[in-house]
Design a protein around this ligand. Structure first.
Ligand SMILES: [Fe+2]
Ligand SMILES: [Fe+2]
Length: 392
């Protein structure tokens, strides 16, 4: 177990969004400055963290940090929201299946669930912990950077209304996301193994685990009753294992996609540096998902079935499914006339934020969220995608 000095995190909930509805028609014409003023300042909850954030601008100003362009601020604000969402997902996984400590406090663990997840790798609890801490640092850093440049940070605190798992080990607090009704897209498995196809060139890919793409599946135990059948408990852990990669593959594409719209070299540096860690997360989870024990199980509550096949045996197997092919295979990039190349894909900049949001939505993690929540996150994604490189 590694030991590290606990980070000096700066809470990001200094300003809370009002969550007021804005008609879709108005969204395109949204003036960012009035949006920031009107939607973020209302309901402001000033905390000790806000005081810490306010002390940052003068320090950074002395180092020559300037003001953000409208587009750069919009991209960073969407990324802050996406990181807050990621943190909420990972926090729930860590409370039950990770390591609860001063770096990532909250929850007390579920030994049975953690053991099931460890069937994928004996260090899963450490990886879950570290991924959670990373997301919290991303969220905190981006919000602090926005504040340091005179832009408002993002808070989704008022939308922490979804219930926690009732399983022993989970905190009983409001959540932004729902991990009990997941629909997991596993097309990334074949996308990163294909030697000819690229989603940026219009290609589509089959899922590695077709039954995870239909119905709703828990990624954490809903109650302690979900721990009693070892086969179903392993199905929950396997679902989590593939969901981990599903979360992080989105970040791996979103950051390079949005980086192409950034104006400031320093903001570009932020996107490249944080985006790189999203890719390391994806790579780790991609490797571990291949260790999920093959099984078929039925959810005793919903009746939904799930099958995790042996991906190394017929009708699977071969280069599109073999579990140890975890490095991105060479594939077409930019043009099929150019040589094949090992790359992150997709990286198209068009609708990069909206596609990432759509990815979250199609997972089912927002089931139960309010219309005001969807309005806000959609607006942030639209504004990020409207950013144009080189404009003020
Ligand atoms: Fe992140
Ligand atoms: Fe991430």
């Amino acid at each position: 177990m590694k030991t590290k000095t606990p980070p000096d995190h700066i809470p990001s909930n200094s300003i809370q969004d009002s969550g007021q509805d804005v008609p879709h028609a108005a969204m395109k014409d949204l003036n960012r400055r009035s949006f920031l003023r009107n939607s973020l300042v209302a309901g402001a909850a000033v905390t000790a963290g806000a005081v810490m954030l306010e002390s940052i601008p003068s320090a950074l100003a002395q180092e020559g940090h300037g003001h953000l362009t409208r587009g750069d601020a919009a991209i960073l604000r969407w990324l802050a929201a996406a990181e807050i969402i990621e943190t909420d997902l990972w926090q729930q996984y860590n409370e039950l299946g990770g390591i609860q400590d001063a770096e990532v406090p909250g929850g007390s663990g579920s030994q049975s669930y953690a053991n099931a997840i460890k069937q994928l790798d004996g260090d899963m609890d450490q990886y879950i912990h570290d991924n959670t801490e990373d997301e919290l640092s991303h969220e905190t850093f981006i919000n602090a950077y926005l504040t340091s440049n005179g832009a408002s940070p993002v808070s989704l605190d008022q939308f922490r209304t979804l219930p926690s798992s009732k399983a022993t080990g989970a905190q009983q607090i409001g959540r932004l996301t729902n991990l009990t009704q997941l629909t997991v897209d596993t097309t990334w498995w074949t996308r990163y193994r294909s030697r000819t196809a690229n989603p940026d060139l219009g290609d589509t890919f089959p899922p590695a685990i077709p039954s995870l793409a239909v119905g709703q599946h828990p990624g954490i135990p809903r109650t302690d009753s979900d721990l009693t059948d070892p086969n179903f408990l392993q199905a929950i852990a396997n679902t989590a294992g593939f969901h981990f990669a599903n979360i992080e593959v989105g970040g791996a594409s979103m950051y390079p996609g949005l980086a192409q719209r950034v104006t400031s070299v320093e903001v570009l540096r932020i996107l490249l540096s944080i985006g790189g860690t999203e890719i390391t997360h994806f790579q780790t989870w991609h490797d571990k998902a291949g260790n999920a024990p093959p099984l078929t199980a039925m959810d005793p509550v919903t009746g939904v079935k799930v099958t995790f096949p042996d991906l190394n045996s017929p009708p699977f197997g071969g280069e599109d499914f073999q579990t140890n092919l975890i490095m991105p295979e060479l594939t077409a990039f930019l043009s099929r006339k150019l040589p094949a190349c090992s790359i992150i894909r997709p990286t198209s900049t068009r609708d990069a934020a909206k596609l990432a949001l759509q990815g979250f939505m199609s997972m089912g993690v927002f089931i139960g969220q309010s219309p005001a929540f969807f309005e806000l996150v959609n607006r942030l994604a639209v504004e990020a995608d409207d950013a144009k490189r080189g404009t003020s």
